[in-house]
Design a protein around this ligand. Structure first.
Ligand code: GLA
Length: 383
């Protein structure tokens, strides 16, 4: 009897997850791409976006799995006499831009707010949800980041954040074009509990990331406990990548990439792709690390061990292996011992180092790793 109640409760808890959802084929793995905000802020235009698309192809990022070219805030002008949203002079022809991005084998994303104004003070979508969704579909948009911002100042929206997001999800669905919906409201009201129910494919879990170790680590390591809310079609989003923007060391950026992959987080590069060095490209295109992020099982990893600044995180993968991150948040190099029993592995395991691209062989029960300050050793263990 008790089991039957538990089953019913589980079904009841799961059912609404899909009730407001977008096309079930969308975001089966965490979205990968690029977003303009972290590097360019509002200094973006048509030519910059095309250049990023070109660079995504020539750098090998597209072939490594990056797909979305996302325009963030700063493209909006206002509305025409019929109330249609109109891009500013920096984006003379949004449909032509989408066609170009599509011709490179990529997809185009855009940004708006449910309020009257966006965070940077541009025109928002308030009271034009269906009309804007239709414009996006006509242009060929594939992804919308919908940023709360001034909605907070509109009482009817502020009183119903969930309904406000659901409204846009419905409008996108009505548009007839599959468009990924990214909720951006900084993790307020425990969004991970209802983001999927209102039709979100991903939802920011925190405030804005900054290009420094402190901010990245605070956000990334703070995701522990949210792992049960993510899965195919609906992901926690600890914000876009800062890799390559210059504010962190290579070890720190390696931590950023590794942690985001273990978290099954969206991988949205936030640097200037048309001007990146080899080290940045290598960090962003490590296919073994990307495979962890994109693993079809879609399980978000979590912390399994901590000793002061040293942490071990685990992400179970579809083929029965485990991705493991040995993280050193301290100021000096440290040794971290990994007993395989932490991964539920009784005996030996085959171990591969995902940053060295090296098989470490079949090891009996445990290993010791030297982990640099603010750095990581990332492994894949097969029992
Ligand atoms: C908010 C979001 C950022 C970015 C800016 C744009 O701060 O959290 O990611 O979209 O708005 O104005």
């Amino acid at each position: 009897m008790r089991i039957r109640y538990a089953l019913l409760a589980a079904i009841a808890a799961c059912a609404p997850v899909f009730s407001g959802a977008q096309d079930p084929g969308l975001a089966r793995t965490p979205p990968m791409g690029w977003n303009s905000w972290n590097h360019f802020a509002t200094k973006i235009d048509d030519a910059t976006v095309r250049a990023q698309a070109d660079a995504m192809v020539s750098s090998g990022m597209r072939d490594a799995g990056y797909t979305y070219i996302n325009i963030d805030d700063g493209w909006e002008k206002g509305r025409d006499a019929q109330g249609n949203i109109v891009p500013n002079e920096k984006f003379p022809d949004m449909k032509a831009l989408a066609d170009y991005v599509h011709s490179r084998g990529l997809k185009l994303g855009i940004y708006s707010s449910p309020g009257p104004k966006t965070c940077a003070g541009y025109e928002g979508t308030y009271q034009h949800e269906v009309q804007d969704a239709r414009s996006y579909a006509q242009w060929g948009i594939d992804y919308l980041k919908y940023d709360w911002c001034s909605a907070e100042k509109v009482p009817e929206l502020a009183a119903d954040m969930q309904g406000t997001y659901r409204k846009m999800a419905d409008a996108l669905r009505q548009s007839g074009r599959p468009i990924v919906l990214s909720l951006c409201q900084y993790g307020h009201q425990n969004v991970w509990r209802w983001g999927a129910m209102v039709g979100g494919n991903l939802w920011r879990t925190t405030g804005d990331i900054e290009d420094n170790y402190r901010s990245m680590a605070y956000i990334g390591f703070g995701q522990n406990g949210l792992e049960n809310f993510a899965g195919p079609g609906h992901w926690n989003d600890p914000d876009m990548l800062e890799v390559g923007n210059g504010g962190m060391t290579t070890d720190e950026y390696r931590t950023h990439m590794s942690l985001w992959a273990i978290l099954a987080a969206p991988l949205l590069a936030g640097n200037d792709l048309s001007n990146m060095d080899a080290a940045t490209r290598e960090l962003l295109t490590n296919r073994e690390v990307i495979a962890v992020d994109q693993d079809p099982l879609g399980r978000q990893g979590h912390r399994v061990w901590q000793e002061g600044p040293l942490e071990i995180w685990l992400k179970p993968l579809q083929d029965g292996s485990s991705a493991v991150g040995l993280f050193n948040r301290g100021y000096t190099e440290s040794e971290i011992k990994l007993p395989f029993s932490l991964m539920g592995i009784g005996g030996k395991a085959n171990v591969r180092d995902l940053w060295q691209h090296k098989d470490l062989g079949e090891l009996p029960g445990e290993l010791n790793a030297h982990v640099p300050r603010h750095g990581v050793v990332m492994l894949r263990l097969r029992p």
